[in-house]
Design a binder for this molecule. Structure first.
Ligand code: TEU
Length: 563
């Protein structure tokens, strides 16, 4: 698969690519990052205390998962006040200090914008639900029962069960694509849109450098389906075509009058490359990049907890499809895990015998694709999934709702359902950051809200920083490489040997410079001729201490050559 060679101005030249094309963004899940007051929950003070670490890693921006006031049903993705800080995390003064101290180190702060829905405890929803005639009734999706009873249509919630809940007081249903505590805002209402834009400007005026926009493509519903005569089928995307109008209106109201330096990344489940070209075409002024979900859906069956065998060719070809799809217009984000996905090294690598090798192989492969890489907290030290032996030890709403529905409603085997939760639960990514080998991994002096992974005694920041050969040191080199070499940020992408079951190989080319990645994504030695002759090539980076000169690659061995 090949891409054309984009002609681009290099950083610093007139018309140079935006800063985020050569940047690396680090995702902080504040609840689990660092606790500064001993209550067992991470907070803004904890993040401030680790800014030196993040500067040493070399990241350019931090994306903070939500820190606004929230009842925490969905760990902050159910917001009850958009212009405050959840007291558990700190206050606005603490937030301003974090922004200032991050900026002093050249690190930008990107907030999580969750405006597809609010908390059911938000003042807007409390007013809206108070009566059918309340002026804010139309700020949410209210519908009469289908016939004399039952939800208006057959839409299901992403967190199990129906996407509609009956409000007894007014005898109408309200829509929630996620938990019933997360009612969907009605973006067809211009008052809603203006209230969101005003809030966004309030945060940007406070020094925030951009937004990660939570399920932002869902803000535009297929209204006809909601009001359709027959129950709509479950599944599929609720996204309506007016999404582009909404995003362009948002850009005009919030970003157009500013310096163009803000980052916007839209989380967009269910979109394809055709959609993404429209969303990320700079000429359309919608968003800079998106989080798409195709590659993290390849191992999922009927639902995310039904785990399918993984295929390297399928993954390679999908990521290449996105490289080709946005080669001429638009921009990719690059991620293999986040707060919603299992840990990268456990899902795609070998987190026992070859944890260092497979974590660094995937880091090299991902960071050498064309796009903006996102490093999820703990990924940079090879943190792994956790395995709780009882469903009672899990906290994730999505996992718990799934377990209850599968076991109680569909009568599935509890052991089988638990196994799916152990493999795919979002809690795998939410165990506390492992700073050192002490009792609570240096995360808290109290009792952590979610148990620390027992392997923190071996896998932790202190150990990795003390070692010359560690996952952390490898990520440092990758991030530095992206800053130093325009070909890493801007070069064209060509996948090699797409069908090979174990070899991952591709090139990046910019002008007369070509990089080659060759990697053996398997537990056994791979001795095949490399797709490109590397005789005389410069070995730029490798995850084996003394890579062989020949073509044989050890288990999970990855190499980067400059040809
Ligand atoms: O997730 C959006 C989403 O599609 C989720 O269903 C996600 O893909 C799923 O949890 C993966 O298993 C966003 C946030 O990232 C997530 O943390 C929130 O729970 C969700 O929206 C609702 O705000």
């Amino acid at each position: 698969m090949t891409s054309s060679h984009p002609t681009v101005a290099l950083p610093g030249e007139p018309g140079a690519a935006p800063w985020w094309t050569s940047a690396v963004v680090y995702q902080v899940y504040p609840r689990s990052f660092a606790d500064s007051d001993g209550d067992g929950i991470g907070d803004l003070g904890g993040i401030r205390g680790r800014l030196e670490y993040l500067a040493e890693l070399g990241v350019d921006a931090l994306w903070l998962s939500p820190v606004y006031p929230s009842p925490q049903h969905d760990n902050g993705y159910d917001i009850s006040d958009y212009r405050e800080i959840e007291p558990v995390f700190g206050d606005l003064a603490e937030f301003d200090l974090l922004v200032a101290e991050a900026h002093e180190r050249g690190i930008k702060i990107v907030m999580d914008l969750v405006v597809n829905h609010t908390s059911d405890e938000h003042a807007w929803f409390r007013e809206s639900r108070s009566s059918r005639s309340n002026p804010k009734r139309d700020w949410y999706w209210w519908r009469k029962p289908q016939g004399d009873e039952g939800p208006p249509n057959g839409w299901g919630s992403a967190f199990s069960g129906p996407a509609w809940t009956l409000d007894e007081a007014t005898g109408e249903y309200y829509l929630h694509l996620f938990a019933k505590q997360q009612p969907d805002l009605n973006w067809e209402n211009p008052e809603v849109r203006q209230a969101v834009y005003s809030m966004m400007n309030w945060w940007l005026d406070r020094g925030v450098d951009g937004f990660r926009m939570d399920v932002i493509n869902y803000i535009a519903k297929q209204v006809d389906l909601i009001d359709g005569p027959a129950p709509a089928t479950g599944g599929g995307s609720p996204m309506g075509p007016q999404i582009h109008d909404f995003l362009q209106e948002m850009h005009e109201a919030v970003f157009a009058r500013r310096d163009g330096e803000h980052l916007t990344v839209g989380e967009m489940p269910g979109v394809n490359t055709d959609d993404a070209r429209l969303f990320t075409d700079p000429g359309r002024a919608e968003v800079d990049m998106i989080f798409q979900f195709e590659h993290v859906g390849l191992d999922q069956g009927a639902n995310k907890f039904e785990v399918l065998p993984r295929s390297l060719p399928a993954l390679k070809k999908n990521l290449a499809h996105w490289q080709d799809g946005l080669a001429e217009t638009g921009w990719n984000s690059l991620y293999l895990n986040n707060h919603d996905q299992p840990r990268l090294v456990s899902r795609f690598g070998n987190d026992t015998e070859f944890r260092y090798e497979s974590a660094t192989l995937w880091a090299l492969v991902l960071h050498l694709h064309r796009g903006t890489p996102y490093v999820y907290q703990g990924e940079e030290i090879g943190m792994t999934n956790v395995r709780f032996d009882s469903i009672d030890d899990y906290r994730d709403l999505e996992s718990l709702n799934h377990y209850r529905e599968a076991v109680d409603q569909f009568d599935l085997d509890p052991g089988t359902v638990l196994a799916g939760v152990q493999t795919m639960s979002r809690d795998n990514a939410r165990t506390p950051m492992q700073w050192d080998g002490t009792e609570q991994a240096g995360f808290t002096t109290g009792t952590p809200w979610l148990p620390v992974n027992p392997n923190h005694t071996e896998i932790n920041v202190a150990a990795d920083r003390a070692a010359e050969r560690s996952v952390f040191r490898f990520y440092q080199r990758l991030i530095a490489l992206r800053h130093e070499s325009p070909v890493v940020a801007l070069g064209s992408f060509t996948l090699l040997d797409p069908e090979h079951e174990r070899l991952y190989a591709f090139t990046r080319t910019l002008g007369d410079e070509t990089l080659l990645v060759v990697a053996n994504a398997s537990d056994t030695r791979l001795d095949v001729p490399l797709p490109v002759d590397v005789t005389g090539a410069e070995l730029v980076l490798a995850n084996y201490p003394t890579p062989g000169g020949g073509s044989a690659l050890g288990p999970w061995e990855a190499r980067l050559y400059r040809l």
